[in-house]
Design a protein. Structure first.
Length: 548
């Protein structure tokens, strides 16, 4: 670079934050996690920057224009209330100093502590005061992880109150669940206010959200059972539906966020609708995001019964799932995008194929066609679920259907998942595995089978969420030995079907077998996951959380 030229880089932990002023080169050849103080770029990218600086003596704007002309994309972050001036004279310096002094930095910090994109309930009913709670925590030296843990403990106490099965317990549970959500908002606002981002914090926040919600479902089911109402099937159904919704979100985003020529008429329509203002809030509420969902659960818990809570949750989540999935299918069919190898690998990791599917994928047929993978996966999943629903529990037909599903799941992932609708493959596998466990446990009429199935799906769902968070954090999926050890989705499905065939007529053995399987999966997955997140040293993540 020319003598005297300086390149200022911001600590990557703060990239994207309103307080971080940077010239952000979004060319993929520039690593996103560059070390502070060093320009790390491939030679051709560095050459483009050097040419731009040499040929643009007019300042940063001219440099940016030169970079644009050279074919390197330049990102221009909005400064908002902050001031940034490259002064060329003393008078301009004085004006800049006065403008900087006029900015109320504390007000800016409080305002920007709130996420830029959030649901209606969170934006208007929680964030107006939770930001001040975040500041209170910061001034007392509390960390975001401590607030996250407090939110988890509060939610677990709420689940315990719901498990009492009394009206007073239900009212207390609803109030505590709302308090837990306030703390859940506060931890992220505290991280943004005090710039305390961390990969561990993002993982704890996302993981604890799932643990809190599903523990609360279990508490409601226990409370209903005390009153003589068995709603474990509804509780497990709600967890299955909610988890599958999330997998749809994750798979679609991973398949498309770095796709080339990624345009769609429906995306343009979405942008036009957002420009109308009020439609933004309506569309965000339709998908029943976490704030609206938890508020609905809390209010209905306090004034109705667990059965009504689950009915409302199932109907609301089903409508939201239909809305979001239909929109994403339409986008996928209308957009012209070329999926990358990285996206195909992410979908393969999300598929969670075990030894049986991997064997079939390596040695079985490789069918062509843009829609082959999701169609083959759906055929196997539908055959399995229909057999589990219509055939007697423990019949050979269900085992045959499970083997058929395992074989087709291997054929579905034999080719790289780069088709327009290949992002549907992981959600189809999740629905097949979780749905089969739910159906078998509900139909076998064995005492305790449904709570044991709830525990098993919880353990497996943790593994699938953990896979998502690792991919999103840029650290890669869990190791293959872990996936093989816990069987993959098709291996676990086969195991449950075989156990039901062998033990369905015995009142306690199937429950014990499902419990043992759940404990085994949980121990293996949790041990490896905690070891990874504690020791990985992954770059810090500023996680905006779950939109749905």
């Amino acid at each position: 670079m020319p003598a005297g030229e300086r390149v200022a880089l911001v600590d990557p932990r703060f990239v994207g934050h309103v307080h971080a002023l940077r010239l952000a080169l979004t060319d993929p050849r520039f690593p996103a996690a560059a070390a502070p103080g060093a320009l790390t770029a491939q030679p051709e990218a560095r050459a483009a920057l050097v040419r731009a600086v040499r040929g643009a003596p007019g300042g940063p704007d001219a440099v940016a224009a030169a970079l644009d002309a050279d074919g390197t994309a330049v990102r221009r972050p909005e400064l908002g209330s902050l001031v940034a001036v490259v002064a060329t004279g003393e008078a301009e310096r004085e004006q800049a100093r006065a403008a900087v002094a006029a900015v109320d930095e504390e007000a800016v910090r409080l305002r920007t502590a709130v996420k830029s994109r959030d649901g209606f309930f969170t934006t208007f009913c929680v964030s107006p005061y939770s930001r001040y709670l975040a500041r209170w925590c910061a001034r007392r030296g509390l960390t975001p992880n401590q607030v996250t843990t407090a939110s988890l403990i509060t939610a677990l106490i709420a689940a315990g109150c719901a498990a009492t099965g009394t009206r007073g317990g239900y009212v207390a549970a609803g109030v505590l669940l709302l308090l837990s959500f306030v703390l859940d908002c506060t931890d992220g606002q505290l991280a943004r206010y005090s710039l305390q981002y961390s990969t561990m914090g993002a993982w704890l926040d996302a993981t604890f959200d799932r643990a809190k919600e599903y523990a609360y479902y279990a508490g409601l089911a226990l409370g209903a059972a005390r009153g003589g109402d068995d709603v474990w099937a509804l509780a497990l159904g709600a967890m299955v539906l909610q988890t599958c919704r999330h997998v749809v979100d994750f798979s679609f985003n991973e398949a498309n966020h770095d796709a080339e020529s990624n345009t769609s008429p429906t995306a343009a329509l979405s942008d036009r609708l957002d420009s109308a203002g009020w439609t933004v809030w309506v569309r965000r509420m339709i998908v029943l995001p976490i704030g609206e969902r938890w508020a609905m659960i809390a209010v209905l818990t306090a004034v109705t019964t667990p059965r009504i809570v689950f009915y409302a949750l199932l109907v609301g989540c089903a409508l939201a799932a239909l809305y979001t999935t239909a929109g994403r299918v339409l986008r996928s069919l209308t957009r012209r995008a070329r999926r990358t190898d990285r996206a195909a690998q992410a979908l393969a990791d999300l598929a969670d194929s075990g030894p049986v599917a991997q064997f079939v994928a390596a040695r079985g047929p490789r069918l062509g066609g843009a829609w082959t993978a999701p169609v083959v996966a759906a055929v196997g999943a539908v055959a399995l679920v229909v057999a589990a629903l219509t055939q007697p529990v423990g019949s050979r037909q269900v085992i045959v259907a499970a083997v058929f599903y395992a074989v087709l799941s291997g054929i579905a992932v034999a080719r790289p998942l780069k088709g327009a609708l290949d992002w549907l493959v992981p959600p189809v596998f999740r629905a097949a595995e979780y749905g089969t466990i739910l159906i078998i446990a509900a139909r076998c009429e064995v005492n305790g089978a449904l709570p044991a199935a709830f525990g098993l799906v919880s353990a497996v769902a943790y593994h699938h969420y953990d896979t998502v968070y690792r991919i999103r954090g840029g650290t890669g999926a869990p190791p293959q030995w872990l996936v093989r050890t816990i069987g993959g989705h098709e291996g676990r499905t086969l195991a449950v079907v075989i156990l039901a065939t062998l033990l369905a007529t015995r009142n306690t053995d199937l429950t014990l077998a499902l419990t043992a399987l759940a404990v085994t999966v949980a121990l293996v997955v949790l041990t490896e996951s905690i070891r990874f997140w504690v020791s990985s040293g992954a770059p810090a993540v500023h996680d905006e959380g779950e939109p749905a």
